[in-house]
Unconditional design. Sequence first.
Length: 228
Amino acid sequence: MVALPRTVVIAALAVLALAIAGGGAAAATHAATHAAKNVGRSVAKNSVTSKSIKNDTVKSKDLKDGSVASVDIADGAVDSAKVKDDTLTGADVAENTLGTVPDATAVGGVQVTPLSLSVPSTSAPVPVLSESGSTLSLDCGGSVIIIYGRTASGPPLAFTSVTDPGVSLVDSPAPGESASANLADGHFSVSIVSLSGGSVTAEFTGIYEINASGANDCFYRGTITRTP
């Protein structure tokens, strides 16, 4: 066997070391790449917790569309600022959860309430207004009957009517006076003006029809408006 010079042996060992080192680095690089590609597969289900995620790093694009459900949102977490203007509709509100709006019939201090009466011809007059001694009642007996008046100290009252075929009537009783008007079907108005300010007005349509609905012969429909 021929002995190689010492320098040649050292050089050969150096080349072999470089080859081994290069192969190891390539293997390490391949392993790292393979691990990175499979890191999602290596994480156990439900093993990533809030503490494992850096604050403020998860963005909208990281969430699958339609994956966030109502159970994932804390109660009271969504407020007005989180809702886009003009996006909610009536279908989004449970109507049975809404309370009564205070003074829903009042606008700017003016209060409007419905007037709806069905009066049999055999009944007694039905009081509709009573303001400090000035009154209005509705009756029925072969026609619509309007009863109005004022006591000696009652506030001013004005009565108007327009009946078929276009007959108009205007009346304003003096203190202590009253009147009962048997009239044809038409439109009627009674206003009482308070001396201290404000007024109340009943505006309605009156119709007489024999046994139109059971024993009801006179029908009064309209509104009562109060102004402060």
